[in-house]
Write a protein that binds this ligand. Structure first.
Ligand code: PLP
Length: 302
């Protein structure tokens, strides 16, 4: 991934003290802040415990994609970690303010963050951070993926809900460590597997597999994050009359598929060109359609 260079427009920060309806004097419960100034207290529980939830939203030519699904998922993650319910209308307006304040760029990445707040206050901290997206073009052309055992079974959500499988929490150190392990092994990304031998998801992405006219992803009940991107792609495929389903797949199932992708809101569609030692076909036509739909565009124009 290439980091933005020094000609990249400055990021925008919107601080949202009223995320849980805690500011009610008639003014907007958020304000634009200086993204280069320190803002977060060292006693915030996200800094001391990684205790919070977040979302990453893609914005293409100024238009954010799937804001409603992202915010609803933030609400669900907050509920799973017993944070107060975020005011989704406030967050939606704060996201718009961040996008508006940012210089126009083709691709913007907007993070919506909500933490348990400063220790002892019981008041969540929240902010929106908008910045020029990383250059994902290399990944969109095809990636090498290694399977890595996540150490959890597909029954984890039922047997051990306190592990928060399927919640988008701010404890991503494990996901990032897995990505570094993939790079050490000469790959670009990871496909997590379960202890009972099934494919789960990437550290920041959802698995999509094509076999004939049937498209499959991992069931959310296996302890994976319910992706907003897969929902958009499945809706497009269903409109086309293709068959879509959630079903557990082994690495051998994926390796022998017609094509497979890892989907996410900012990187969008990364076709799997290699899974462990097996090469897969990159379906460039389908990749272009999926990319378009994830950018919020008409897939027929791809
Ligand atoms: N799974 C995990 C663990 C993720 O972190 C993400 C996104 O960051 C996804 C799946 C894909 O979700 P979405 O398509 O909503 O971006």
């Amino acid at each position: 991934m290439t980091q933005p260079d020094c000609t990249t427009p400055s990021p925008v920060l919107v601080w949202v003290p009223g995320v849980a309806g805690t500011v009610a004097d008639g003014s907007e419960p958020f304000r634009i802040a200086d993204a280069d100034d320190p803002q977060l207290l060292v006693t915030d529980l996200v800094a001391t415990r990684g205790d919070g939830v977040f979302e990453t939203i893609g914005v293409f030519d100024g238009a954010p994609v799937n804001v409603g699904p992202h915010l609803r998922r933030l609400g669900r993650s907050a509920q799973l970690v017993e944070l107060p319910s975020p005011d989704l209308d406030v967050l939606s307006r704060a996201i718009d303010a961040a996008i508006e304040a940012h210089a126009p760029v083709p691709e913007l990445t907007v993070r919506v963050m909500m933490t348990r707040g400063v220790e002892g206050t019981g008041t969540p901290t929240a902010w929106i951070h908008a910045r020029t997206a990383d250059d994902w073009s290399r990944y969109r052309a095809g990636i090498r993926v290694v399977t890595l055992d996540r150490g959890l079974s597909t029954a984890v959500a039922e047997t051990s809900p306190w592990l928060l499988a399927g919640a988008k929490t701010l404890s991503y150190a494990v996901n990032m460590a897995a990505t570094r392990e993939a790079v050490r092994r000469g790959a670009d990304d990871v496909l997590f597997t379960s202890t009972d031998g099934y494919c789960l998801e990437g550290p920041t992405s959802t698995l999509l597999v094509k076999r004939g006219d049937t498209w499959t992803t991992t069931p959310a009940s296996a302890g994976v994050l319910p992706g907003t991107s897969i929902a958009s792609v499945f809706a497009m495929l269903e409109r086309e009359g293709q068959s879509v389903r959630e079903e557990l797949m082994t690495p051998a199932d994926v390796a022998s598929a017609d094509a497979a992708w890892l989907l996410s809101s900012s990187r969008l569609a990364a076709p799997i060109a290699q899974l462990d030692d097996t090469s897969l076909t990159v379906d460039t036509e389908r990749s272009a359609q999926i990319l378009a739909v994830l950018k919020g565009q008409d897939p027929q124009s791809a």
